[in-house]
Design a protein around this ligand. Structure first.
Ligand code: IVH
Length: 666
C-alpha cells in the first residue's frame, strides 16, 4: 500500500471511530488504540505535507493561531421561530395550519436545544464552511473552531448525500462540561459563565481553536436546506442525515393529532431535566416540505413552525432572612433564606442574591413574598418581589452588611467591582480553608487523599491553620480521627511528603496569590530564580514581565508585604518545598529570543507546535498569533499557509526554518 492510500485508510478509520464515540456513544476501540492511530496519521501527514487535507481527523485538535472571523452571507437567511408559552396558542397554530392546507398533515415535534445556532455547508461530502447566525443575513465564519467539535462530521458516510447542501443546528456545551469549566474558572478566580448557552457561544467565538477543542462542545443538527434533498418529509430527511454521519436528536417524533403534540410537550417538560444538554422548549414543524412551501414565511419566521417554550420554572415563597457567605477570595455573597418551596423537582430553601446592587434593585424587605426561578443557571435566583402581597406590616429593609460575618473585619468594595470583599485574608476561616483547598488541589501541590472535608476536619480540630501546618502532620496525629484508618492516614502523609517534589512554578501557583493563575505562575518561575528574588522584586520589574499587568503586579507586592505570608514561606522552606528553579530548569531558560515576537506556522518535523511555543517562551521570546510589522520572524514548517507567506513577504518579515530555529537557540 502506498503512503497516500495508508493516509486515506487511517483517516477513514479515525472518522468512523470518532463517529462511533461521539455520535453513537458506542466506541469499538479503546482510547489508547485511537490515540495510537491518530499519532500515526499525524506523523505521516507531517512527513508528507503534500497530502494535507482540511477535513483530516487531525484537524480536530485546532491551532493556536489567533483568528479574526470573516463575515459570510447566508445563502438562505437564518430566520427565527415564532415563540409561545401557551398551549392555547399551540392549538391556534395547529388550527391555522389545518385551515391553510385543507388536507392531512403531520407535525414533527423536536427538542428546542438551548445553545447557539450554526449553519454548516457540505460540498461533495466535505465540511467546507461553518457560519454563526449573526444578524440572520450574514454571520461569522467559524469553520476552524467547528472542525474541533467531534460530533460534527468532517467527511460524510456513504455517497447518497446531495453534492451540495446546508444543514443547521445548535452548538451546545453539555451540562457536565459546563459545570467542570465553571469549577476551573472559579479556581482561577475568573468570572463564571451564567449558563451553558453563553458558554457555548463564548467558546465558539474564541480566537484560538485549540482552546475550543479542549472545551468539548457538542452539536445537534435539525434543519436541512438544499435543492436536492432526498425526501419530502423533514423527519425522513433528518434520518438520512443521521445515516450520513450527523448527530440528530433521537427524541424527535411525528405526531398526527393535537393531543399527541400535547402529550409530547407534557412528557418532555419533565423529562428534559435528565438530558445531557440544555433545552428550553419544543419545536413543532409541519413535516412535509411541500406543505411547508405552501405555508411559506412571514418576514421573520416560517408559518410552518412554532416554538413552545417551557415556563422558566418559578415559584413564590417568603423571604425569611438574608445570610452572607464568604468565599476563598474573601468575596461576600448574599444568600436569601426562604420558606421551603418546590421548584422543578427539588425543594428550594436558599437562593443567590449576587451582590448589594441586586438587593437594592429589588428593594427587598424581610418577609416579602419573592419569585424564585431556576433558569439555565444552576443556583436558583430571586427575580422579583410580589409587591401586592406586602401587607400593612412591611418587614425590615435588607441592607448589605458592613462587617465580615466570619471574622468581623470591615468589608471593602473595589472600584468597578460589584462584589464586597473581606480583606482579612490570613485570619478569616473560610478564606483560610479555601486557601488550603487551593494549595492541595490537583494543578497546585496535588496532594492525594486530601479533600475539602478532611481539610475542614483538620481545621475544626485545630490541626491546621494554614498550608504550612500540613507539613507538621504525622500519621500518629491524624489516625483515628473521625473514623480515619491507619491506611488513609499513611496515604495522606505520604501525599504531603510527595508534594515536596512539585516544581517551583506550581508552588507559586499553590500560594494562591490573587490573580496569579497557572500561566502567570509559569512566567514568574521563568523570570525569577527563587522565591527570595521574587519577594524583593520591584513593581517595575514585575510589570516588565510578559502577561503581568498592574493589577497582578500590585497583588504580588501586597502578598509579600504581609508578614503572615512571609512566615508561611519560611516554613515552606524548612519543610523542603521547591522554592527555586532546579539546575535542570535553569538550563532550559535563556535570553536568546528576548524581545522577539514570533509567529509559528506550518507543519513541523522535530517538535510539535506546543513544544515550539514552549521553546520560544523558555528562551525569552513571545509567541504571537498573527503577522504584523512588529513580528520578528515567522518560524515556518512545511506547508506554511499561502496567505501568511504572502503577508510576511509583503512587509518583509523573515521566514526561519525549523532547523535554523533550533540552531538559533541551541
Ligand atoms: S428550526 C426557520 N429546530 O431556536 C427555523 N430551531 O428561534 C429554523 N433551535 O435560531 C430553526 N432547537 O437556534 C429549529 N429543533 C430546533 C431547534 C431550533 C433550537 C433554535 C435555533 C433558532 C431558534 C429559533
Amino acid at each position: 500500500m502506498d503512503i497516500k492510500e495508508k493516509i486515506a485508510e487511517l483517516r477513514a478509520e479515525l472518522h468512523r471511530h470518532n463517529y462511533n464515540y461521539y455520535v453513537l456513544n458506542a466506541p469499538e476501540i479503546c482510547d489508547k488504540e485511537f490515540d495510537d492511530k491518530m499519532r500515526m496519521l499525524q506523523e505521516l501527514e507531517e512527513a508528507y505535507p503534500e497530502y494535507m487535507d482540511e477535513t483530516s481527523p487531525t484537524m480536530r485538535v485546532g491551532s493556536d493561531i489567533n483568528k479574526n472571523f470573516t463575515q459570510v452571507s447566508h445563502k438562505y437567511p437564518m430566520l427565527s421561530l415564532a415563540n409561545t408559552y401557551s398551549e392555547t396558542e399551540v392549538a391556534d397554530f395547529y388550527e391555522r395550519v389545518h385551515k391553510a392546507l385543507n388536507e392531512d398533515f403531520e407535525i414533527c415535534c423536536e427538542m428546542k436545544y438551548d445553545g447557539t445556532s450554526i449553519s454548516l455547508t457540505y460540498e461533495d461530502g466535505k465540511l467546507i464552511r461553518a457560519v454563526t447566525r449573526g444578524d440572520g443575513e450574514k454571520g461569522d465564519d467559524v469553520t476552524d473552531n467547528v472542525r474541533t467539535i467531534r460530533s460534527v462530521p468532517l467527511v460524510l458516510h456513504g455517497d447518497h448525500y446531495p453534492s451540495s447542501f446546508e444543514i443547521r443546528g445548535e452548538i451546545l456545551m453539555p451540562w457536565k462540561v459546563f459545570e467542570e469549566l465553571n469549577r476551573e474558572k472559579g479556581a482561577r478566580e475568573e468570572p463564571l459563565f451564567a449558563n451553558p448557552r453563553n458558554a457555548a457561544a463564548g467558546t465558539l467565538k474564541m480566537q484560538n481553536s485549540s482552546t475550543v477543542a479542549s472545551r468539548k462542545l457538542d452539536a445537534y443538527l435539525y434543519y436541512l436546506l438544499g435543492d436536492n434533498l432526498p425526501c419530502d418529509g423533514h423527519y425522513e430527511n433528518l434520518q438520512k442525515a443521521a445515516e450520513w454521519g450527523f448527530k440528530t436528536s433521537d427524541l424527535t417524533r411525528k405526531c398526527h393529532t393535537l393531543q399527541e403534540v400535547f402529550d409530547f410537550i407534557k412528557y418532555w417538560d419533565v423529562e428534559r431535566k435528565n438530558l445531557p444538554v440544555a433545552t428550553d422548549g419544543i419545536v413543532l414543524k409541519v413535516n412535509s416540505l411541500r406543505q411547508q412551501k405552501n405555508l411559506g414565511f412571514t418576514a421573520k419566521s416560517p408559518r410552518w413552525a412554532i416554538a413552545y417554550k417551557f415556563q422558566a420554572e418559578r415559584a413564590l415563597t417568603r423571604l425569611i432572612k438574608v445570610t452572607y457567605q464568604v468565599g476563598r477570595t474573601g468575596a461576600v455573597t448574599p444568600v436569601a433564606n426562604l420558606e421551603p418551596v418546590q421548584l422543578s423537582g427539588t425543594t428550594v430553601k436558599r437562593a443567590s442574591l449576587h451582590n448589594a446592587d441586586i438587593i437594592e434593585g429589588l428593594d427587598l424587605h424581610i418577609g416579602d413574598m419573592v419569585y424564585v426561578e431556576k433558569g439555565g443557571e444552576i443556583i436558583p435566583k430571586i427575580t422579583g418581589v410580589d409587591i401586592d402581597s406586602r401587607s400593612f406590616m412591611l418587614g425590615e429593609k435588607v441592607r448589605f452588611i458592613t462587617y465580615c460575618p466570619e471574622c468581623g473585619s470591615r468589608l471593602t468594595r473595589y472600584e468597578g467591582e460589584a462584589a464586597h470583599y473581606c480583606p482579612n485574608e490570613t485570619a478569616c476561616a473560610p478564606q483560610i480553608k479555601g486557601k488550603i483547598e487551593h494549595f492541595i488541589s490537583r494543578k497546585a501541590m496535588n496532594i492525594d487523599g486530601l479533600g475539602p472535608e478532611t481539610v475542614d476536619l483538620f481545621y475544626r480540630l485545630g490541626l491546621i491553620r494554614n498550608a504550612a501546618d500540613l507539613y507538621d502532620l504525622t500519621v500518629e496525629k491524624i489516625k483515628g480521627l473521625d473514623r480515619m484508618g491507619e491506611k488513609s492516614a499513611e496515604n495522606i502523609i505520604a501525599g504531603i511528603a510527595q508534594s515536596k517534589k512539585i516544581p517551583f512554578e506550581r508552588v507559586i501557583f499553590a500560594l494562591g496569590i490573587r490573580f496569579v493563575g497557572e500561566t502567570v505562575a509559569k512566567k514568574i518561575a521563568r523570570a525569577f530564580k527563587d522565591i527570595d528574588e521574587l519577594r524583593q522584586a520591584t513593581f517595575e520589574k514585575l510589570i516588565s514581565i510578559d502577561e503581568i499587568g498592574e493589577k497582578i503586579g500590585e497583588s504580588i507586592l501586597l502578598y509579600f508585604a504581609n508578614q503572615v505570608n512571609l512566615r508561611l514561606i519560611e516554613r515552606f522552606k524548612t519543610a523542603g518545598l521547591q522554592l527555586c528553579r532546579t539546575e535542570e530548569n535553569i538550563k532550559e531558560y535563556t535570553n536568546k529570543l528576548a524581545g522577539k515576537s514570533i509567529v509559528i506556522s506550518g507543519i513541523f518535523t522535530h517538535h510539535s507546535r506546543d513544544e515550539y511555543k514552549d521553546l520560544i517562551e523558555k528562551n525569552g521570546g513571545k509567541n504571537v498569533g498573527s503577522i504584523s510589522a512588529k513580528t520578528s520572524f515567522v518560524l515556518a514548517g512545511e506547508n506554511i499557509g499561502p496567505s501568511k507567506l504572502e503577508k510576511a513577504n509583503k512587509i518583509g518579515i523573515p521566514i526561519v526554518s525549523e532547523d535554523d530555529f533550533l540552531k538559533l537557540i541551541s
